[in-house]
Design a protein around this ligand. Sequence first.
Ligand code: PMV
Length: 346
Amino acid sequence: KVAKNGTVVWSAPSNIALVKYWGKKPGQIPANPSISFTLSECKTITKLSFEKKEDDGSFTFDFLFEGQPKQSFRPKISTFFERVKKYVPFITQYHFTIDTQNTFPHSSGIASSASGMAALAVNLMSLERLLNPDMTNEYFYQKASFLARLGSGSACRSIKGSVVIWGQHEDTPGSSDLFGVHYTDVNEVFKTYNDTILLVDKGEKQVSSTLGHGLMEGHPYAESRFAQAHENLAAIKQALSTGDVDTFIKITESEALTLHAMMMASQPYFILMKPNTLAIINAIWQYRAKTGVPVCFTLDAGANVHVLYPENVSVKVLQFIKDELICYCQNNQYICDKIGTGANQL
Ligand code: PMV
């Protein structure tokens, strides 16, 4: 089958890890398994237009970000195409125009690589489906996650929702280093969880995640950290199933601090938290101790704080955020997000 010219459009969300992926092996293989909430509001929307061209074994593309050509994104996309070519060989038969935009403010310090690579991967699968209409949905989504991983590891967790596990895990049948799997045994309380992202520092990342993963090689605590991730994943799955919010909080916060502890203990060492990151963490701990409201935090590889809480306390927590936390955000900025369902065709 040949699809001549056409356009497909997909949105894919960002995700926030609860048990963190930090450290990888060649071929975008994670050093330890991870689990994340897929988000709902922070998304990339990508329109992929394809025009049949002579197949000379090379891929060609134009890249537009919010309608404008953007040179600085091209190398990441070239690398992605280079890596996926083996698995989607038809890409050399087309000239692509990739037109992409994010729903969240750019340079907000929110990584767009997960949503961006997931959106591109799922668009390529849409084209593959035009060529092979008989493929199953399972094949479609699994391969989309597989391709997304080759763009950015954590992107493989952004194809599906609402909870996704990536990386081989003894306690999780069907789990794989090659793609994310949907974890469905989730208690009601977690199905509507909120994630309010406090924008502490909107600057460029000081350390790329590629470099960060690399620093886990030969890291003095690497082996015990990887073993701990396996244990934490088993325990948090149990907490997600039974609705055990206290255990969820203990593991999620410890994982966030451990991620940053790994960075502080690597060579070279670095600190991505800012004074306001710590001020927010302390305020959350004080508020939780005082009120008993089960609100907690997690961090990505940056200074911003993700505030996680169940829907039934959202009015109280939003008030707390407005009264006591917004003052620590750059230009008082924050983003209200929640757990979501994954990529969507538009
Ligand atoms: O997908 P990458 O290579 O950008 O790595 C992301 C790593 C963390 O965001 C820090 C943790 C995670 O599991 O998402």
